[in-house]
Write a protein that binds this ligand. Structure first.
Ligand code: NOJ
Ligand code: CA
Length: 528
């Protein structure tokens, strides 16, 4: 049976940076509530909200100290309830970010576990003796040190592969599993519609704790092939158990991170595991029509007809795609962002947008004194490995504070906010924002785009083209010129243009179609 999450356009909110309702410079839940009407008009149907749970903010919420409460930075549990109700009343579902590979070192479970080997919680974490050499070469990814952190109180080391403040759970312990599953039920009862599962392919570690082999890749591998600290097949059992809790109405989307789309595809467990999984290859694909086609073909082939794809180009850990795909001029950069939007919103699979991409928000280099992300501070002065650049505040207006805050923003606002902001985009029918709205509306109104098949077409250099179709329904043509020079595509039959650039005739007949630089063309085949 077709499910809502196969049809929905998703939108990721990084709450710290979306909208600040009380002037402390930090985005919050009431801020999001205040922007729900905007999101409804944009046409998105589901939100994934990065963590807002109680946290010392060592990794900005990805270090949770209480899974059942809201951090005062973001508001209260009452605000979370209201946000869910208000979103639902606008036809928008809400996904939370479940961070259960690890918790915060401030979580009472870890505090009890590290105090004594006799504590019931001790075995909920992963321990090795303090004496002697490190157990293996595993790394603490955000601090670039060893993953084994000393705990003199018990004469042991605990495992932490992100920061030392994020001790990892021992998912082989059945009591721990029950605790996490109860947490999932808690939020389901409050009305949430599913979870994005943080680093889900890392829950289970190698039973023998073997060292990872070398990888030549820096980001995101950090020079190790993560085959022992992550990506273990035993994790699939957990995905099956998690799915059984919420059934198919509650969606589970895995952060199947790393550079292994085969692992991401396997995480669906033939309809019994995750409902959706991210393909991280899409974050590395260059701005090149042929390379993009190869990446997508590989993804579709790995998934097969049964596993539903996800397509996304940006998130809070990777440089924004407007920046990754930037051209030599402002126009070229903007043009590419518009082509990327058409790609995301016409492919087969649920699109995930990252806040601000609808106005082609970009990244900026952040001065050292203003860096907040541990990884960014550790890797300074190398730019764009740290994650602050993609987390700058949402640009709502041209007013001071960009309409994000009346106070001092927690991260500097990109100085281009005076021209690049939602208010300006709404007032300009040729803006990137207008294009996103047009594309989302077309997707919502067109079953062929939401659920139809996809067939790539051979096209001239620089052009990515495909058809979307439903048996007994219509056929749509999508032609995207990635190049900044003209491109070509042979078309047969008659077509009516649904979305195209100004100045183009609304009808097309069989021809060698010439596409202008960075042109988007979406057309429907005319019936006789
Ligand atoms: C993945 C999250 O997306 C990232 O922001 C975080 O630092 C790590 N998981 C650790 O939780
Ligand atoms: Ca605030």
């Amino acid at each position: 049976m077709r499910q809502w999450w196969q049809d929905a356009v998703f939108y990721q909110i990084y709450p710290r940076s979306f909208a600040d309702s009380n002037g402390d410079g930090i985005g919050d839940l009431r801020g999001i509530i205040g922007r729900l009407d905007y999101l409804a008009t944009l046409g998105v149907e589901a939100l994934w909200i990065s963590p807002f749970f109680t946290s010392p903010q060592r990794d900005f919420g990805y270090d949770v100290a209480d899974y059942r409460d809201v951090d005062p930075d973001y508001g209260s549990l009452e605000d979370a309830r209201e946000l869910i109700v208000e979103a639902h009343s606008r036809g928008i579902r809400v996904l939370l970010d479940l961070v259960v590979n690890h918790c915060s070192a401030e979580h009472p479970w870890f505090k009890a576990a590290r105090a004594s080997k006799e504590a019931p919680e001790h075995d909920w974490f992963i321990w090795k003796p303090l004496a002697g050499p490190l157990p293996n070469n595993w790394k603490c990814e955000l601090e670039l040190g060893p993953a084994w952190c000393p705990n003199p109180a018990t004469g042991e080391r605990y495992l932490a592969t992100f920061t030392q403040f994020q001790p990892e759970f021992n998912w082989r312990n059945p009591e721990l599993r029950t605790k996490i599953y109860d947490t999932m039920r808690f939020w389901y009862e409050l009305g949430v519609d599913g979870y994005r599962l943080d680093v889900s392919t890392a829950y289970i570690k190698d039973e023998e704790f073997r060292s990872n082999p070398f990888s030549p890749n820096l980001v995101p591998d950090m020079f190790q092939r993560h085959i022992y600290d992550r990506n273990r097949p035993e994790v699939f059992e957990i995905f099956r158990e998690m799915r059984a809790i919420g059934g198919d109405e509650k969606v589970l989307i895995g952060e199947t991170h790393g550079r292994d789309p085969a692992m991401a595809a396997a995480s669906y467990c033939e309809g019994e595991g995750l409902h959706l999984a991210f393909n991280f290859d899409l974050f590395d694909a260059p701005w090149d029509a042929r390379a993009m086609r190869t990446t997508l073909e590989r993804w579709y082939e790995l998934l097969g007809p049964e596993s539903w794809p996800v397509v996304t180009l940006s998130n809070h850990d990777r440089p924004r795609h407007a920046w990754r795909f930037r051209g030599r001029t402002k126009e070229e950069t903007e043009g590419r962002a518009r082509v990327a939007a058409a790609l995301l919103l016409t492919l087969r699979g649920s699109p995930f947008l990252y806040y601000g991409e609808e106005i082609a928000m970009s990244c900026r280099r952040i001065p050292r004194a203003m860096l907040r992300d541990t990884l960014g501070i550790k890797t300074w002065p190398i730019g764009f490995i740290g994650r602050d650049p993609e987390r700058t505040p949402m640009q709502w207006t041209s007013a001071a504070g960009a309409g994000f805050t009346t106070g001092r923003p927690w991260l500097p606002i990109n100085p281009d906010y005076e021209e690049r902001n939602v208010e300006a985009g709404l007032g300009d029918s040729s803006s990137t924002l207008a294009r996103y709205r047009e594309l989302i509306a077309l997707r919502r109104a067109t079953p062929e785009l939401r659920e139809g098949g996809l067939r790539f077409l051979d096209a001239g250099p620089g052009v990515l083209a495909y058809e979307r179709f439903l048996e007994g329904g219509e056929t749509l043509l999508v032609a995207l010129n990635f190049a900044s020079r003209s491109g070509a595509l042979d078309i047969s039959g008659d077509w009516e243009i649904l979305i195209g650039e100004d100045g183009r005739e609304r009808k097309l007949a069989a021809c060698r179609l010439k596409l202008a630089s960075l042109e988007t063309l979406i057309a429907k085949r005319c019936r006789d």
